[in-house]
Design a protein around this ligand. Structure first.
Ligand code: PHE
Length: 346
């Protein structure tokens, strides 16, 4: 029995050591110590031995079992270590690899143009003003002298907002509403520009969008004349499109200015000759005029003492011209292939 026990112990230890995985290790354990093993058989027959013999063989059996358990545990932790090493290796990072470059964001072309416009006018002494995108009838129409039967006031052209208890709210149709809010909130003199979104009921196509952007300008002070309007716009246009640009004024009607005019700039591509950008050689860039005395009065300004000029320019239109963008919808699609072209522009 003693010899068998020792032989079984050695056989078990060597089986354990050769086991390649947990499964074969456990199988080896069953072979050596399982119910049908020589080991178990001897332990079962211990009872039949005489006491001295039983104690002696029992001790050897326990020692052998102990040795086997230790060998099992040793092999088992060695296996765990191997698995862990393999997992770590699979998970390894190569810290010497060059990193992936994070892509730079860029300004939207409208933002680029807006900032440039604002920069031009603030350098002339104008401050930036803002107003809400949801306006009421008074600020958007009445105060601007837009009469009740004006087509802009119909559902066909304006986007009304239904808020219970506020029947006359609409998305502002022009930034001119900011003229009114600014004059209401401060006494003259006023020199402001107001960039912002405006909304009209339009079906989108290459040149129309229901949402677009304007930059409003307003100057009210004592002794402001039409010459100041022309001089300011000339300086702004040259700063924006180049010193060689010329400005031309033509008559136009807007209810909140008198006289009103349309301002064109000589084409920056063909310089007034006529090309595919401009057609006629001139690009109509904005509406402008002398603030109507009634508008000043509507805001509580003394129209005998103060005069002013105002202008409104389409920011989208400037962006389209400046970057030769063929379709206004590209400004609103959010297509990265388009937007990424403005990386590093401003
Ligand atoms: N608000 C006018 C428009 O949207 C432009 C404008 C502004 C005209 C200020 C005159 C004075 O067309």
């Amino acid at each position: 029995m003693r010899t068998v026990l020792r032989a079984e112990r050695d056989r078990g230890i060597s089986l354990y050591q050769r086991a390649e995985d947990l499964e074969s290790l456990e199988a080896a354990q069953t072979v050596v110590l399982g119910r049908k093993s020589a080991f178990s058989e001897i332990q079962r027959s211990l009872g039949a031995l005489d006491p001295d013999e039983r104690r002696d063989v029992g001790k050897i059996a326990n020692e052998a079992r102990q040795a086997l358990t230790e060998a099992f545990d040793t092999r088992r932790s060695a296996m765990d270590a191997i698995v862990e090493t393999a997992l770590l290796a699979a998970d390894a990072m190569d810290l010497s690899l060059p990193g992936r470059r994070a892509r730079h964001g860029s300004f939207h072309p409208l933002t680029i143009v807006e900032r440039e416009l604002v920069q031009v006018f603030t350098s002339l002494g104008f401050k930036v003003a803002e107003g809400p995108e949801i306006e009421d009838d008074w600020h958007n129409f009445q105060a601007l002298n837009i009469p009740p039967d004006h087509p802009a006031r119909t559902m066909k052209d304006s986007l009304y907002v239904s808020v219970p208890g506020h029947p006359e709210l609409l998305l502002r149709t022009e930034t001119s509403a900011v003229q009114i809010r600014t004059m209401q909130s401060q006494p003259p003199p006023v020199y402001i520009v107001a960039p912002g979104r405006v909304f009209r009921r339009e079906t989108p196509d290459a040149t129309h969008s229901p949402v677009f952007h304007q930059l409003e300008g307003l100057a009210v002070d004592e002794g402001i004349t039409f010459a100041d309007l022309k001089g300011t716009l000339e300086a702004a246009v040259k700063a924006l499109f180049g010193q060689d640009r010329r400005v031309r004024l033509g008559p136009a009607f807007f209810p909140f200015v008198e006289p009103g005019c349309e301002v064109g700039v000589s084409c920056f591509r063909c310089d007034g000759v006529g090309c595919t950008v401009c057609g006629s050689g001139w690009i109509e860039l904005l509406g402008a005029g002398m603030v109507h005395p009634q508008v000043l009065e509507n805001c509580g300004y003394d129209s005998e003492r103060y005069t002013g000029f105002a202008f409104g320019m389409g920011i989208d239109r400037v962006a389209l011209l400046k970057y030769a963008i063929p379709d206004i919808r590209m400004l609103f699609d959010g297509d990265m292939r388009f937007l990424a072209q403005f990386e590093g522009v401003a």
